[in-house]
Design a protein around this ligand. Structure first.
Ligand SMILES: NC(=O)c1ccc[n+]([C@@H]2O[C@H](COP(=O)([O-])OP(=O)(O)OC[C@H]3O[C@@H](n4cnc5c(N)ncnc54)[C@H](O)[C@@H]3O)[C@@H](O)[C@H]2O)c1
Length: 284
């Protein structure tokens, strides 16, 4: 009984962050990326992040070594067979996630929890491609996962109470605050946040204010730590577009219809921090 070993699938922004959180909370973590280069990049990123914490005096070197020793990287999905809970954080695309859940269902032990970090997609549609729809749920961390205190836990209508309890217990052990949210696009945070972010892009595109003035206005006027355009760059403009598409598909509310400029920026591969340029430019 109990979740001890965590599988993390997907080597992007969220996969790396969640892996670090779980390892620092005492879980054994198996990271899976599709390629060895992806595995190496993830482990290198973890090493760098832990080294930064040690340098800032926030983590003892011996503890950092223990954390690192709890994490292994694999490229084969079958290596997740011994995990008690697998959390996928791959691209926000329903078809990709459904294929992955089908494969995870085949390789993981029948009692293992299969969880998704999706921002908006219907958890039930992932549950139903498995033979264990009662053991599937959403566990939605925020970005950057090591710093953000909230996690939304999303039971699909097929999820058992035991699965929900175990998922919430995992989140609490990770030192996070868990809220339980119905399986509805955007859950709580993104359903409220994304119309705001989307409207910021529309204001910018209409020339109502400059990029810097829009961000300065929301930081100074609402005491937000980041402006909306900075936040979109942090989230990733491709992920943001997928989130808005899913919200619009679910509710048909014009506030969720992606701003044309957002679509054009994604087409131009200006994805934000992860591609080196978005509303802002980033070094390196
Ligand atoms: N970025 C955020 O702020 C944020 C916050 C919370 C949740 N999420 C969710 O986390 C998930 C991942 O987002 P991210 O920001 O880490 O994205 P990302 O673009 O940084 O990483 C996506 C990962 O998916 C992998 N991938 C792409 N196509 C794939 C495929 N066909 N099969 C398997 N893997 C594939 C990529 O190699 C990459 O490792 C999404 O579901 C997103 O909605 C994102």
């Amino acid at each position: 009984m109990g979740v001890k070993r965590i599988g993390v699938v997907g080597s992007g922004i969220m996969g790396a962050g969640v892996a670090e959180v779980a390892a620092r909370s005492g879980f054994e973590v198996v990271l899976r990326s599709r390629t060895q280069a992806g595995v190496d990049a993830m482990l290198g990123g973890l090493d760098a992040s832990l080294a930064r914490q040690v340098k800032k005096g926030r983590l003892e070197e011996a503890v950092a070594t223990e954390v690192r020793d709890r994490v292994s990287g694999v490229s084969e999905l079958a290596m997740l067979a011994a995990c008690d809970l697998v959390l996928e954080s791959v691209v926000e695309d329903l078809a990709v996630k459904q294929d992955l859940f089908g494969e995870l269902d085949r390789v993981c032990a029948p009692g293992a929890i299969l969880a998704t970090n999706t921002s908006t997609l219907p958890v039930v549609e992932l549950a139903m491609v498995t033979q264990r729809p009662d053991r599937v749920c959403g566990i939605h961390f925020f970005n950057p996962a090591p710093a953000m205190s909230l996690v939304e836990v999303i039971p699909a209508i097929t999820t058992s109470d035991a699965t929900l309890d175990e998922a919430r217990a995992f989140v609490v052990t990770c030192g996070k605050t868990a809220v339980t949210v119905k399986d509805q696009a955007g859950f709580v945070v993104n359903a409220l946040l994304f119309p705001y972010l989307n409207n910021a892009v529309k204001l910018f595109d209409a020339g109502v204010a400059s990029r810097d003035d829009i961000d300065t206005a929301m930081k100074g006027g609402c005491n937000f730590p980041m402006g909306p355009l900075e936040l979109l760059d942090l989230v990733g403009l491709d992920t943001s577009l997928s989130i808005l598409d899913a919200l619009f598909a679910e509710f048909r509310d014009p506030n969720f219809a992606p701003a044309p400029l957002l679509k054009r920026m994604v087409a131009a591969e200006r994805l934000g921090r992860k591609s080196g340029a978005g509303f802002y430019d980033y070094e390196g």
